[in-house]
Design a protein around this ligand. Structure first.
Ligand code: GTQ
Length: 345
């Protein structure tokens, strides 16, 4: 590969003349924007300890009333992107949100898609598009692009959840904005009941459900049961993983990011294929050592880590007697839709 000319090889008055016309020579930057062989992600393997962040999040509950925060969130930021840019990866945003008993995070809707993975506490709920979704540990709740959502709390203990949004991508596209709204009226009906049985969906004889998001809450009890059934049915299966899907289309639950639950059998070590999208791992139950490009992170319950695209990832269940259960988020639907998805063994 040829060594390319640098900017300071050029006469200063020439560079100045280009600048005046809003022009830039490509060749000094060509290798930076098209690196050889594979991308050079800014995303760094990064670990966030729940034990370390929990007291800081509870402290935010003392320091900042909900009215002054709207959403009381500590953002899990990747230092490779600059903390102030609030990215876990180029397309993924992660935040730990705290809602205290009696608090109310008012209704709004926005262009980025979000999901919530409930980390601790009972008694809170998110109302999405008029559907009241109770929040229990391990549940996944969707708040897709454009849908009204608000969080309330009738319980007696702090509730914490992990927000996963495609905010960095939508912001990069200059497509990010929000609208405030009035408190929603709660409508009857729950997608999780209508779609409680995989492969068996309601028949729309008299009216067609035309919502693009028919299921908004995925209880952990169902996801866990699906993983255990899959593991029992296929004892040789290496990757015991399920995808959170739209039950009407069978496609991903949201448009841009993908969401999955993974089970590692007792004592199991699993080397993942090298893939182009970045991936987030969050421990729901058990303990996993996640090794990303040689950096080993010991995830305990409620810990989270992020792996850049193109990285070597090995998951190891630390227990020889208990399974490990992880929640995963990745950029695979985005990469697939854009035609840039790659897997290398
Ligand atoms: O709960 O609606 O972490 O709008 C960031 C933006 C949570 C939310 C975040 C949001 C929300």
């Amino acid at each position: 590969m040829n060594e390319l000319g640098r900017l300071d090889d050029l006469p200063a008055d020439y560079v100045e003349a280009l600048k005046k016309q809003n022009l830039v020579p490509l060749w000094p930057s060509l290798r930076a924007v098209l690196p050889p062989g594979r991308p050079r992600p800014l995303t760094q393997p990064t670990f966030w300890s729940y034990e370390a962040l929990r007291p800081l999040l509870l402290k935010a509950g003392e320091l900042t009333p909900i009215e002054k925060a709207e959403r009381r969130v500590l953002v899990l930021a990747n230092p490779g992107h600059g903390l102030e840019n609030m990215k876990a990866s180029s397309a993924m945003y992660l935040g730990m949100q705290l809602l205290l008993p009696g608090e109310w995070a008012p209704a709004h809707r926005h262009t980025p898609n979000a999901v919530r993975m409930i980390v601790e506490g009972e008694g809170a709920y998110t109302t999405v598009d008029g559907q009241k979704c109770p929040m229990s540990r391990g549940d996944l709740i969707l708040t897709p692009t454009g849908l009204w959502h608000e969080h309330g709390h009738d319980g007696s203990v702090p509730v914490v959840w992990l927000d996963v949004l495609d905010l960095p991508l939508v912001y990069y596209m200059e497509a990010s904005y929000h609208i405030d709204g009035p408190r929603q009226a709660v409508q009857p009906g729950q997608g999780e009941r209508r779609y409680a049985r995989g492969g068996i969906v309601p028949t729309p004889v008299f009216e067609r459900t035309n919502t693009p998001y028919p299921m908004l809450r995925y209880p952990w009890s169902e996801a866990k049961a699906a993983l255990q059934a899959l593991a029992a049915d296929q004892p040789q299966l290496a990757s015991v993983q399920v995808t959170y899907t739209n039950p009407e289309t069978g496609g991903h639950a949201e448009n841009i990011l993908g969401f999955y639950a993974q089970m590692l059998r007792p004592g199991q070590t699993l080397r993942l294929p090298v893939r182009s999208p970045a991936t987030v791992f969050h421990q729901i139950e058990g303990g996993t050592t996640v090794t990303i490009e040689g950096s080993a992170f010991a995830l305990a319950e409620a810990d989270t880590c992020c792996a850049p695209g193109w990285s070597e990832i090995v998951l190891a269940n630390r227990s020889d007697t208990e399974p490990s259960f992880l929640f995963l988020a990745d950029e695979a639907p985005l990469h697939t839709k854009l035609g840039v998805y790659e897997v290398r063994g």
